[in-house]
Design a protein around this ligand. Structure first.
Ligand SMILES: Nc1ncnc2c1ncn2[C@@H]1O[C@H](COP(=O)(O)OP(=O)(O)O)[C@@H](O)[C@H]1O
Ligand SMILES: [Mg+2]
Length: 151
């Protein structure tokens, strides 16, 4: 396989938490073509879950809406974008600080962005109040599983 091949998928689904599992499995299946390690798959799934959960519970505050996930592979470099058209974030820098949360009643409060940052190589957040939020994460995959099985 050509390791610099470009491949992109888009998933769009209702902002309900049952769809989180679907998104995790779909993205995990999508990235298998570049031989990620088990750990890398798990990292991507965790980061994705955090971003999708945020779109549902913070972006739409559990009201109706659509979440869009775009995954792009350029060779073994993965970009995952999670977009919502929800309420947006007033102060992105503050929101990304570990332990900062506007919903302290939730489990693992305030660690979502910290996990995304820890499990992926890069994290960017764009947001506008009343318009929505886009979380973009990048990670290089398959770095340890490459055993020279290419032609
Ligand atoms: N998609 C989003 N839309 C609106 N606000 C968001 C979104 N994602 C994150 N936030 C804001 O950023 C804060 C921090 O997010 P996070 O680190 O995941 O912690 P937690 O979800 O536990 O609150 C949230 O409490 C919320 O105020
Ligand atoms: Mg969160």
């Amino acid at each position: 396989m050509d390791r610099e091949m470009k491949n992109e998928i888009t998933l769009e689904f209702d902002a309900v938490s049952v769809n989180e599992g679907f998104a995790r499995v779909a993205v995990a299946a999508f990235i298998t073509s570049v031989n990620p390690t088990i750990e890398e798959i798990s990292d991507v799934k965790t980061a994705l879950s955090e971003a999708v959960t945020n779109a549902i519970i913070h972006g739409y505050e559990e009201k109706e809406g659509k979440v869009r996930v775009v995954c792009l592979l350029e060779g073994d470099r993965l970009t995952v974008e999670v977009k919502d058209k929800g309420k947006g974030i007033e102060n992105v820098e503050r929101a990304m600080e570990p332990l900062y949360t506007t919903k302290p009643e939730l489990e693992r409060s305030g660690m979502g962005f910290a996990f995304m940052e820890a499990f992926m190589d890069e994290l960017e957040v764009e947001s506008a109040v009343g318009e929505g939020t886009t979380v973009r994460m990048r990670k290089k995959l398959g770095t340890e599983s490459y055993l020279g099985d290419e032609e």
